[in-house]
Design a protein around this ligand. Structure first.
Ligand code: CA
Length: 274
């Protein structure tokens, strides 16, 4: 079991934030949250608004604690409670995701944490939407299916590094069955002339073994999907498909096969204008 000083030293970010201990019956629970402040960008798939909640039992006996999470109505929270058994002197953590609707004005809001009478207020800064060359970055991903170990947004979160595939990639949930689709729905017509795919391609999982092999690039204009590119027999990690720029409502890949014939693995897809 870690002694309390060791546990805190292992997580220096926790030291930087206020955490006020208060009596909870015969127990004491310290609240923590990192990072502070937390920043949120009002886009559906932008990687932001991730907070790690923590509770540490500084009392003499193990206990069970119910951490309540609330916020003002501008913020949507992935959880409103974090209940856990707390051994003595161990930091117990849980993730909290904070999102805001598209169009939310830049401002500072607050997430409130409470255990019994102890409270911690976390500032949440809603940032303006950043200027983006990659038109898909942070936009709403749409997929035919998503494996439970992966995130729907993983293919449009701005991270194209195959080494971080597990945290930042996407694959379907229909093993050995094709086609699969993955793309983005725009909220307004957007001119696209180039799509860049990064499929899984790492030292351990090279594209020639695990990457997607046969796929079409399609754009949707109104209700009509139109093909703008076709790739067959791909064994490389990064593939660029260029076409005559067109204003579209959506972009997708239709994947017909992968090199292992199992899953359609996308680390990132990007799209650019003229
Ligand atoms: Ca990614």
């Amino acid at each position: 079991m870690l002694r309390r000083p060791a546990a805190l030293l292992a997580l220096p970010l926790v030291l930087a934030v206020p955490a006020v201990a208060v009596a909870s019956g015969n127990n004491q629970v310290e609240l923590s949250a990192t990072p502070q402040p937390v920043e949120v960008v009002p886009l559906p798939c932008f990687p932001s608004g991730k907070l790690t909640l923590g509770m540490t039992n500084t009392g003499r006996k193990p206990t069970i604690a119910d951490l309540r999470v609330s916020a003002d109505p501008a913020l949507t929270l992935s959880r409103h409670q974090f209940s856990s058994y707390l051994p003595i002197d161990q930091l117990v953590k849980a993730p909290l995701e904070i999102t805001v609707p598209r169009g939310t004005a830049p401002a500072t809001h607050t997430v409130n944490l409470s255990v019994d009478k102890q409270q911690l207020k976390i500032p949440v800064i809603v940032k303006p939407v950043p200027a983006r060359d990659n038109l898909l970055l942070g936009e709403q991903a749409v997929a035919s299916s998503t494996n439970g170990n992966m995130r729907l947004c993983g293919g449009v979160d701005g991270n194209a590094d195959s080494a971080q595939w597990g945290a930042s990639g996407w694959h379907d949930n229909t093993k050995d069955v094709f086609p699969d689709t993955y793309g983005v729905d725009f909220v307004q017509p957007t001119t696209v002339g180039r799509v860049v795919l990064q499929t899984l391609d790492s030292a351990r999982y090279p594209a020639a073994v695990m990457g997607i092999r046969d796929f079409d690039v399609q754009v949707r204009v109104g209700d009509q999907w139109k093909p703008v590119g076709q790739v067959r027999g791909n064994e490389t990690g990064r593939v660029t498909v260029t076409f005559t720029p067109v204003a579209v409502d959506a972009v997708q890949l239709v994947i017909h096969d992968s090199n292992d014939h199992g899953y359609s693995r996308i680390v990132e897809i990007e799209a650019y204008g003229a």
